[in-house]
Ligand binder design. Structure first.
Ligand code: URA
Length: 235
């Protein structure tokens, strides 16, 4: 999509869009541009420093900091939702699943109800990837136990893929996303979590350029990746 088309889709008249670009008020991936015909598919476009969100569904990622609730609103506490830019908040996107208050990393938001449902419903088995600092260092026996599906007090977890990244550092890939699942699984194999971050969901990875608390719209390629993971598009 052209830059001027994106701006008009976001609510500006054609004349306003042309003028805004000529005045250098738009940036594409951080770089100011005066080219109204620039192709901006998947790019992060800002107008007067604020993200341009076209009508249609909202898809964005937040690098959730620790100490923040996932809930959309809370009378007393900061929420992940409140960290989104105002233009995005106005569209009322929902968080895709929950991260505990102390857990950091990838938190997706969208207005696409069916995608949201499928990304978190165990039935669709969408992969969620976590990196954890744990007590002790898991070994190959732990890898096998998690791969076999660990029995917890209230359910038996689906097979989870554990990779040992270093001393006390692991990556765990799960497909369910039950309450406190990652913490419970790692505790169950004797390695309680000390620190936990989500790195990816449905093949979309947290953008390492995002500092804690920052967000950006998903690129078209990332949205397509989620759609495929949720079986809403051809693989
Ligand atoms: N598993 C957990 O234990 N906590 C989270 O926030 C997400 C997955």
């Amino acid at each position: 999509m052209r830059l001027d088309k994106l701006l008009t889709a976001a609510g500006l008249t054609r004349a306003q869009a042309r003028r805004a670009v000529l005045e250098g008020r738009a940036t594409v991936n951080g770089a100011p541009t005066r080219d109204a015909g620039a192709h901006v598919d998947g790019a992060s476009v800002l107008l007067d420093g604020r993200p341009v969100v076209p009508p249609g569904d909202v898809f964005c990622m937040l690098n959730k900091p620790a100490g923040v609730l996932t809930a959309v609103r809370d009378a007393r506490e900061a929420t992940a939702f409140s960290l989104l830019p105002e233009a995005v908040r106005r569209r009322n996107p929902s968080p895709v699943g929950r991260l505990d208050r102390d857990v950091t990393g990838l938190l997706l938001f969208t207005t696409h109800g069916e995608l949201l449902h499928r990304l978190i419903a165990p039935k669709y088995a969408v992969e969620k990837v976590y990196v954890a600092r744990v007590d002790g260092t898991p070994d190959e026996a732990d890898v096998r136990r998690l791969a076999a599906g660990v029995a917890l007090a209230d359910f038996t977890a689906r097979p989870a893929r554990l990779e040992i990244l270093g001393e006390g550092l692991v990556r765990l890939t799960v497909t369910e996303g039950r309450y406190h699942e990652v913490k419970r699984l790692l505790a169950a194999v004797g390695h309680p979590v000390l620190e936990l971050a989500r790195a990816a969901m449905g093949g979309v990875y947290l953008d390492k350029a995002l500092k804690a608390g920052e967000s950006r719209p998903l690129t078209d390629a990332e949205v397509a990746c989620l759609m495929r993971a949720a079986r809403l598009a051809e693989p």
